[in-house]
Design a protein around this ligand. Structure first.
Ligand SMILES: *[C@@H]1O[C@H](CO)[C@@H](O)[C@H](O)[C@H]1NC(C)=O
Ligand SMILES: *[C@@H]1O[C@H](CO)[C@@H](O)[C@H](O)[C@H]1NC(C)=O
Ligand SMILES: *[C@@H]1O[C@H](CO)[C@@H](O)[C@H](O)[C@H]1NC(C)=O
Ligand SMILES: *[C@@H]1O[C@H](CO)[C@@H](O)[C@H](O)[C@H]1NC(C)=O
Ligand SMILES: *[C@@H]1O[C@H](CO)[C@@H](O)[C@H](O)[C@H]1NC(C)=O
Ligand SMILES: *[C@@H]1O[C@H](CO)[C@@H](O)[C@H](O)[C@H]1NC(C)=O
Length: 510
């Protein structure tokens, strides 16, 4: 799929403004949380070919119908100290084009912003636009606090100064923000009776599911796409994430898997020899000379991990990498095979920037705070359980580095205390309703997702070959495989059922 020019430019701009981060394994072997986020924007940079395009980048045909507004939001919803009453401007974007209006009690579809500038998501989240016409729905996108144009204290610099100013940056505050905007907007539009469906992906998908549980009076239902709400407090085994990355590669090609498994020690071996790093820099055509073997290993780690997480049709990055390796002649050495895989994936380039995943961005800075406060996801890997070298999750070293950076300790049990997660079936079977937990089983984060329906209206909808957040991205009629089309249809049918029931209750004056 080729991207159309205006969007392409837009992506370039957002790329320039917003480099996405991930540092999986640092030189010390410490493993950080792989990034969340509905799409892998690092792939957009490489536009010359290869994996330069991402599924679902077709711009919504109605992007000119977006109107931007700002809501005067309260800084701290949970305290009554004078500072709590400080306000900031929170951005929200509305598309009125399809709305049937308050008189016909037409529904409102709300996208709950994730850990990024809302502009990035407006272009790629197609689920609301694709389905609003048939439901005559109003579309509302709300930006998450501390991202994009919704930053308190007047500027990012002020807001990100220290833990005093960052202290109001939490999922619980964000959920109240969303509730306030929705309630206020409905009042403004005299649409109090209009049913609200919230949609989110990745971290935003967690927010969507938690929002329905906490604010059933505001949202009738939630579509939580690729939401790893069980990757907290060791509910999910630490190696779940990398186990699936490994499985994806192994399913694509056994040789590819075993080549990757062997490359780590090969790199160390070569790097330890005289001029080894120079040799590796030339071999991998790195844009900057490698200073240590982990520069290269971290880059490969991130490349393979992101390929698995965003392994979307029609190109399937994992298959691209493995095909590149497998097409090398019999007997080709390990490093040459790995290089061939990279070239097949990223396209032929004069050099490859091994720092591509490390540049600071709005998202990396924001998410860094979030993982140092409440979003503690124990993701790691042991000996021989994945194709990667061991890097167990180490809470003490996490705590140490968070304290150094922010002066505060992460709270590893807070998310499960606030939102639950343990024994989720027993807890939610007779409590809660109207949530779709959607997943693709090739998405490493599906290991922390809800893959089993918890009750007749807490429904798990997954696809065997799906990747991260695929169902809520823009549809692409020419490229979408049948199973993806079916997944979306199933979700729409479920949402239709919630709405039908709601209107029946309303008619019966329940
Ligand atoms: C509702 O209307 C008021 C007054 O016009 C405005 O200040 C506020 O931002 C509006 N809220 C929403 C969510 O549209
Ligand atoms: C190696 O260090 C030099 C000097 O600090 C730096 O310019 C270069 O980008 C580094 N290489 C990599 C791959 O990070
Ligand atoms: C790849 O690019 C280099 C120059 O960057 C060029 O010399 C080479 O022919 C290209 N290879 C292919 C297969 O296009
Ligand atoms: C992992 O595999 C290596 C090589 O096969 C072996 O030497 C080592 O004992 C294994 N470690 C564990 C914990 O199984
Ligand atoms: C975890 O990290 C701490 C502090 O960096 C270190 O002292 C400890 O040895 C690590 N534990 C393991 C099991 O690696
Ligand atoms: C999933 O992908 C594999 C190839 O990787 C293919 O053989 C299989 O038919 C696909 N499954 C579905 C349900 O499309």
């Amino acid at each position: 799929m080729t991207m159309k020019t205006p969007l392409h430019l837009l992506f370039w701009l957002s790329w320039l403004l917003l480099f996405f981060f991930i540092t999986f394994v640092s030189a010390t072997g410490r493993l950080n949380t792989p990034k969340l986020g509905v799409v892998d924007r690092t792939r957009v940079k490489n536009h010359g070919g290869g994996a330069g395009t991402i599924a679902g980048t077709k711009p919504p045909s109605s992007s000119n119908d977006f109107e931007t507004f700002f809501y005067t939001q309260t800084l701290d919803h949970f305290n009554y100290r004078p500072e709590s009453y400080t306000t900031f401007q929170q951005r929200y974007v509305i598309n009125f084009k399809y709305w049937g209006g308050a008189n016909s009690i037409a529904p409102i579809f709300v996208y709950l912003g994730e850990e990024s500038n809302l502009d990035d998501d407006l272009d790629v989240i197609g689920f609301l636009n694709d389905n609003a016409p048939r439901f005559k729905a109003l579309i509302l996108y709300i930006e998450h606090r501390y991202y994009g144009k919704s930053v308190p204290y007047g500027s990012r610099k002020e807001a990100f100064q220290d833990a005093n100013t960052l202290g109001y940056f939490s999922s619980s505050q964000a959920l109240v923000d969303y509730a306030e905007v929705i309630i206020d907007l409905k009042k403004n539009l005299s649409a109090e009776a209009s049913p609200v469906i919230v949609v989110g992906g990745s971290y935003g998908g967690m927010l969507a599911s938690w929002f329905r549980l906490k604010y059933p009076h505001v949202a009738l239902g939630a579509l939580a796409s690729s939401a790893p709400i069980l990757y907290f407090d060791h509910i999910t085994p630490q190696d779940g994430y990398y186990f699936i990355v490994t499985k994806d590669f192994r399913e694509a090609s056994e040789d590819c898997y075993s080549t990757i498994q062997q490359v780590w020690s090969k790199i160390d071996e070569v790097a330890s020899q005289a001029n080894g790093l120079t040799y590796l820099s030339q071999k991998f055509k790195t844009c900057y000379p490698l200073n240590k073997s982990s520069d290269l290993k971290d880059y490969l780690d991130s490349t393979y991990t992101m390929a698995a997480q965003y392994n979307s049709p029609p190109k399937y990055p994992v298959s691209m990498i493995c095909r590149g390796m497998d097409e090398t002649p019999q007997g080709t050495d390990i490093l040459s095979r790995v290089v061939a895989g990279l070239v097949a994936y990223r396209g032929n380039s004069s050099c490859y920037d091994t720092n591509i995943y490390n540049y600071p961005s709005e998202t990396s800075e924001g998410w860094s705070w979030q993982t140092c406060s409440e979003m503690v996801m124990p993701i790691g890997r042991g000996d021989n359980d994945t194709m990667f070298p061991a890097a167990p999750f180490n809470l003490s070293s996490n705590i140490e580095s968070c304290k150094t950076t922010y002066g505060v300790s992460p709270r590893p049990h807070w998310i499960t205390t606030q939102f639950g997660g343990h024994n989720i079936i027993r807890v939610l079977e007779r409590f809660g309703s109207n949530i779709i937990f959607s997943n693709g089983l090739r998405d490493p984060y599906s290991s922390g997702g809800v893959l089993e329906s918890l009750s007749p209206s807490l429904t798990a909808v997954y696809t065997k070959n799906g990747s991260h957040c695929l169902d809520i991205l823009n549809s692409s009629p020419d490229d979408d495989p049948e199973w993806l089309i079916m997944q979306r249809k199933t979700e729409i049918k479920i949402i239709d059922g919630w709405l039908t029931e709601y209107y029946m209750d309303l008619a019966a004056k329940i």
